[in-house]
Design a protein around this ligand. Sequence first.
Ligand code: AMP
Length: 215
Amino acid sequence: MKVLLFGPPGAGKGTQAKILAKEFNILHISTGDILRDTIRTGSELGLEIKRLLDQGEFVSDELINELVKEKLLSLESFILDGYPRTLFQAEYLQKIFEENDRDIDAAIFITSPLEKIVRRITNRRVCPNCGRVYNNISHPPKASGICDDDSTPLVHRDDDKEEVVRERYNIYLERTAPVIEFYKKNNKIFTVDGSMYIEDVTKELFNILRGVSDI
Ligand code: AMP
């Protein structure tokens, strides 16, 4: 099963991708996580990526295409979270899949209005060690500011600050919204309202995935 999840920042792609990956026992590939791992290496490339991410900007299409290509061509099943994010990336993905006789099963678009996104992301806290995501209001950790699983102090991502979130949303409208039109053409697109309760979004996603695959 090959599934793409996309939508504005803070619509719940990462949260849902983790749940789906566990339920269907398939790999969750997050381009945001791959980039943050590269930043943690402290390399020259990592520093350049950090500069872009801190401003809410995208890394170049060429770089991200190169970072994901091998995984996408070698894995039989995956949930891809955060890619493609531009028309160029969508066209690239289609080209390498056609060349290799592959196809996606579903492109799922998770929507959410801007003010809900701002509220959700500015309250988001992440464990820098295990990647678990919390929300100070809807899913707080048991002890304030500490990860339930490994007791690591939680962090507020630099790109989750309000002004950066608003900038990321504008970039999303300009660069990622056209990707929705791209997938509409091949009838593989499904839309889910990401502003519902997490459990309700998950239920809809389960139904979609069961409908497109025999797992
Ligand atoms: P995410 O964790 O998916 O919200 O991604 C965090 C940031 O990583 C984004 O705001 C972008 O700056 C960058 N990023 C992630 N995926 C991509 C992509 N497919 N193309 C370009 N930049 C990306």
